[in-house]
Write a protein that binds this ligand. Structure first.
Ligand SMILES: NC(=O)C1=CN([C@@H]2O[C@H](COP(=O)(O)OP(=O)(O)OC[C@H]3O[C@@H](n4cnc5c(N)ncnc54)[C@H](OP(=O)(O)O)[C@@H]3O)[C@@H](O)[C@H]2O)C=CC1
Ligand SMILES: CC(=O)[C@@H](O)[C@H](O)COP(=O)(O)O
Length: 375
């Protein structure tokens, strides 16, 4: 098994539901410590590390996430908590010049240019581990100064989620369990609901715009139900480079850890002799537009006043939580998002504090809209 080429001291901010994955990565990379969000998962990881003979120490709760992310003994921070709560720790890691592995797309959707400014000011290295963005990153030239002149467009693939073929009119009745049953990936509940509404793809369009410096109009979404092609880049000569693999987050995580080298990831290799078909669907059909009205909000928010993407993200977090709590219907998530966008008119944020205030204001507005629907 190839080892991590750099001094690798910490995994931070990883999702508590990812104990298995983190355990496996800790056993391969032997970091000094691994930080879990919750005490129960931290204790579980600690006892399993000990049982496996690892010297890695699991930490939980002892430090604020901002302190963990900027810890002098951590050179790599994996940002993998869910939601805007990840913004502060990501900014702390960026300012402290860490190698920042970003799964927590909401942090970039909220932070936008201010997030990128912190990365630049701190001399951090921002590496995407969202599978689509890892695929794009793997498809682009290593020298990022060449991207602007050679990229024509970025093609984000979308599975279409569990309701891709359901009649749009039948979506009012779907349950949280049905919405969380993703066809290809095992993920947390929030991102699973986002995949079902395609708000995950909307967030990813915004994420791609910031990560790769392209205009919103240079980003296209194509439905690819098999989730084998994780995304593609079309260059100015119309040549397309794609990254393929089995749907397994160990691939993008291993690439983030090892970049610019490669490591064994543990993911199963694709077997092209048994792949029956790779298919694609346009998002332009009336049926898909009706089924997934939230996707367009990405371009609307990116083309509006800076800060609008933070409003959209906050609204969506509130709406998804309300749906998961069975307070609103699945097909009302979009209403909460559009109504909140109509109610909250942001001023361009000048600081992270401005973003945090805008996030709080948007949540209050979205909660009010949700409560009205719940009556
Ligand atoms: N799952 C996947 O395959 C992928 C996920 N992502 C992104 O990664 C992020 C995590 O997703 P996923 O792992 O599925 O989500 P999960 O719901 O499985 O895990 C989310 C974790 O975030 C923690 N958390 C939430 N809020 C806070 C907070 N305020 N402070 C500390 N910890 C907090 C939770 O801790 P606790 O358990 O203690 O509540 C939980 O462990 C999301 O942004 C998602 O979009 C991106 C690509 C793929
Ligand atoms: C695993 C991952 O990175 C997710 O973003 C996943 O790709 C979601 O897929 P869809 O949103 O396309 O259903």
């Amino acid at each position: 098994m190839a080892r991590h080429p750099h001094l690798f001291q910490a995994f931070a901010l990883t999702a508590a539901t990812r104990v298995e994955l983190l355990l496996e990565q800790c056993l391969v990379h032997a970091p000094a410590f691994a930080v879990m969000a919750s005490e129960s998962h931290g204790r579980e990881l600690q006892s399993r590390l000990k049982a496996a003979g690892s010297k890695t120490v699991a930490l939980w709760g002892a430090l604020a996430l901002e302190e963990v992310a900027a810890h002098p003994e951590a050179d790599t921070v994996m940002a993998a908590i869910v939601g805007a709560a990840g913004l502060g720790p990501c900014i702390a890691a960026a300012r402290a010049g860490k190698r920042l592995l970003l799964a927590n797309k909401e942090a970039l959707v909220v932070g936008g240019q201010l997030f990128l400014d912190a990365v630049q000011a701190g001399g951090a290295t921002l590496l995407p581990i969202d599978s689509e963005h890892s695929a794009i990153f793997q498809s682009l030239p290593e020298d990022s100064t060449r991207w602007a002149s050679c990229v024509d467009k970025i093609i984000l693939t979308a599975s279409g989620g569990p309701f891709r073929t359901r009649l749009p009119s039948s979506l009012a009745d779907v349950t949280p369990e049905q919405a969380c049953a993703h066809p290809n990936w095992v993920m947390g509940r929030k991102i699973s609901v986002d995949s079902a509404t395609m708000m995950n793809k909307a967030l990813e369009v915004i994420e791609a715009r910031y990560l790769f410096g392209v205009s919103p109009e240079q980003i296209q979404v194509v439905i690819h139900p098999q989730s084998v092609i994780h995304s593609m880049v079309q260059f100015v000569d119309n040549s397309v480079v794609a990254q393929l693999g089995t749907p397994d987050m160990r691939g993008p995580i291993a690439y983030g850890l090892s970049w610019p080298q490669r490591l064994e990831s543990g993911a199963t290799a694709l077997d092209f002799t048994t792949l029956s078909a790779l298919t694609f669907e346009s998002m332009d059909s009336n049926e898909h537009r009706t089924r997934f009205p939230g996707l367009q909000l990405a371009w609307d928010a990116l083309n509006a006043v800076p800060g609008t993407t933070a409003v959209l993200n906050a609204a969506n977090e509130v709406a998804v939580a309300a749906f998961l709590n069975r307070e609103i219907r699945f097909d009302q998530i979009h209403h909460v998002n559009t109504e909140t966008l109509a109610q909250v008119q942001p001023k361009p944020p000048g600081s992270v504090d401005d973003l945090i205030a805008l996030d709080a204001l948007s949540r209050r507005s979205a909660e009010q809209v949700s409560r009205q629907l719940a009556r």
